[in-house]
Design a protein around this ligand. Structure first.
Ligand code: AGP
Length: 613
């Protein structure tokens, strides 16, 4: 979704901003632009990918030491050049970029047009530019003009402003949850970004704006205040990610790199939390007493997309280990049905980005009703992380590919640890079971490495055979049912092949009608308590000439004999199987997308963090 980058300092600001925008390409966008101050305000904008903007900058370079830039994901107005951000007023005094939606833009535009302002785009954002310009025309300083303008906006926004009336200043504001506004602190230079990777190569010292906070960013100083004008003192956090891990390295795609990083990211999320000597789990930012753990009546997991599917695995594991009821809700639905929540409810938000607007809204709804907020997040300092009463960091490192992979497996690892943690506090785990679970967790990095070893499965061969098929069905049972959903989601996201995931037992209640010799059916049939049931589903697919691609445990000849193709995984503890069984499905989707020549890291229409409803 939209991205913002800004720079003030002695260096070539447009170049730094352009490079930052490149690092945000993964978020998904359809046009881009930069505004720079060099005596006067100048803009370059282009529809489509950043190379179009690069060509424009090549033909007509921008210079200056203050600049802001934006990658736009269209909401209001087609993705064409005149709708791309930044937007400038007719006098070219002010340029604005915005993430979010100005809900009252029609009223504001009518008012501004009556005052003589001329609109040249179809966007909601342009009203902000004219509102600020009107403030300057009325004799206000830039800061005052911004404050007056921001106060008139309805909705959630992340905004950055530059103006030739204050040539070495960027003004930024965060209102509500339309994505992050992060100030990066340098030496005699400062940065602005909606997301950490954009500026991480320049600084690891970041300051996050909270709701209704503004920053006045200059080369040698940054000051913070509320929208009401009250000074705020902010503390910088040091981001642990190293810039190298945000680069592609020897891999062809970020998604491929992130799939192969899973042994390491799983290891990272376990580190310091699993006590192998005492066979216990401890979380650094979630310490409960036995009493508090016993008082939990139910946990409601709120999440979207892949994170919601991880939540479904969490339900399976936490209910069994900690004997507490777990409900999984799509965050986008949760707040619209007056959910039953009380003080003994935990709202557990799962969100890689920590900025997904629906998930944040679900958290707010839970808080309003008295629940405690927990979260599992990847981005430290993100909104979800900050508003939680307790949080578990995924420690996946930056996930750049739009299709989530390593964040999914670290989340499930965290959920298994959470199940053990709650089980040990609630007294629902026998000492033997606790030892068994700790052992299962300890083996995970090694098992993930085994599945990823060269030649373990020939995905490329299967992808070559099947990349031209138009529909896929994925079936799984138990904790592999969410893996069927996730496998299908991965395939449709990056290859644009229609794919459905189903709990295998439901197949006969509808999807069976689809089965013929043109439908590949991916059957997850690991040797667990529902293995025999899976075999009978496979028989039903075969009886209708469906093409069976089975995901099985090593050495399982029984299912291999009934399958057109097999993908193998080692034998894994049933509670941690989904963490390993999803990896081949990520790779299958990846190879199929590559065969189709698809844009793996930036699939069409998708965004990495979805900051609009
Ligand atoms: C995953 O491949 C998707 N791109 C998407 O479903 C994603 O998981 C969802 O938008 C939730 O994002 P979050 O974890 O950042 O909240």
């Amino acid at each position: 979704m939209c991205g913002i980058v800004g720079y003030v300092g002695p260096k070539a600001a447009p170049t730094i901003v352009f490079d930052g925008l490149k690092k945000l390409e993964y978020r998904g966008y359809d046009s881009a632009g930069i505004a720079s101050i060099n005596g006067t305000l100048e803009l370059r904008r282009a529809e489509g990918k950043l190379f179009n903007l690069a060509n424009k900058l090549h033909e007509s370079p921008l210079v200056g030491q203050t600049a802001i830039g934006h990658t736009r994901w269209a909401t209001h107005g087609a993705p064409i050049e005149r709708n791309a951000h930044p937007h400038a007023d007719e006098r070219h005094h002010v340029a604005v970029v915005q993430n979010g939606i100005v809900e009252n833009f029609i009223d504001l535009r009518t008012k501004l047009q009556a005052q003589g302002h001329v609109f040249v785009s179809d966007t909601d954002t342009e009203v902000i530019t004219h509102l600020i310009d009107q403030g300057l025309l009325d004799g206000h300083t830039l800061l005052e003009a911004c404050r007056l303008a921001f106060a008139q906006l309805k909705g959630a926004h992340a905004i950055a402003v530059v103006s030739q009336s204050a040539p070495d200043t960027i003004i930024a504001v965060r209102i509500g949850n339309a994505g992050g506004v992060i100030v990066g602190l340098g030496e005699e230079e400062n940065y602005l970004a909606s997301d950490i990777p954009a500026i991480l190569e320049h600084t690891q010292r970041m300051v996050y704006l909270e709701d209704r906070e503004m920053a006045v960013i200059m080369p040698k100083s940054v000051t913070y205040q509320t929208l009401a004008g009250q000074t705020v003192s902010k503390t910088a956090v040091t981001i642990g990610w190293d810039p190298v891990s945000a680069a592609k390295g020897p891999y062809r795609h970020f998604m491929q790199k992130e799939i192969y990083e899973q042994p390491q990211s799983i290891q990272n999320t376990l580190r310091g939390r699993v006590d192998f000597l005492k066979n216990k789990i401890e979380f650094e930012a979630l310490s409960l007493t036995h009493e508090e753990a016993k008082n939990i009546r139910r946990i409601i997991i709120v999440a979207c997309g892949t994170s919601a599917y991880a939540g479904l695995v969490g339900k399976f594991v936490i209910e069994q280990l900690a004997r507490v009821s777990v409900q999984v809700d799509y965050a986008s639905e949760f707040r619209y049905r007056d959910p039953l929540v009380d003080e003994q409810t935990i709202i557990l938000a799962i969100t890689q980005s920590g900025e997904t607007v629906d998930t944040l809204a679900a958290m707010e709804e839970g808080k309003k009703k008295g629940a405690k907020l927990w979260s599992i997040v990847n981005v430290q300092g993100s909104m979800a992380h900050r508003i939680s009463d307790g949080s578990i960091l995924m420690r996946s490192g930056p996930e750049i590919g739009v299709a989530s992979t390593k964040a999914f497996t670290t989340t499930i690892t965290d959920l298994v640890m959470l199940g053990v943690y709650l089980g040990q506090l609630r007294g629902t785990l026998s000492p033997e079971k606790q030892v068994e679970m700790i052992k299962a967790l300890a083996h995970l990095p090694e098992l993930a490495g085994e599945v990823l070893a060269e030649g373990y499965n020939d995905y490329d061969h299967i992808a070559n055979l099947y990349h031209q098929y138009t529909d896929f069905l994925y079936l799984g049972r138990g904790s592999n049912y969410p893996i069927a959903l996730e496998g299908a989601l991965k395939l449709k996201e990056i290859s644009y092949i229609h794919a459905e995931g189903y709990p295998a037992g439901e197949m006969k209640h509808g999807p069976i009608a689809l089965i013929d010799d043109k439908l590949p059916v991916v059957c997850i049939a690991t040797q667990d308590h529902v293995y025999d049931k899976m075999i009978s589903q496979i028989e039903q697919v075969r009886a209708r000439n469906g093409l069976v691609i089975s995901l099985i445990n090593e050495g399982d000849d029984a299912v291999a004999d009934k399958s057109d193709h097999v993908i193998r995984i080692p034998k894994v503890h049933p509670f941690t199987t989904p963490i390993i069984s999803v990896i081949p499905l990520q790779l299958l989707a990846y190879h199929i997308a590559v065969w189709r020549g698809a844009d793996v890291d930036q699939p069409r229409n998708l965004a990495k963090s979805v900051t609009v409803e």
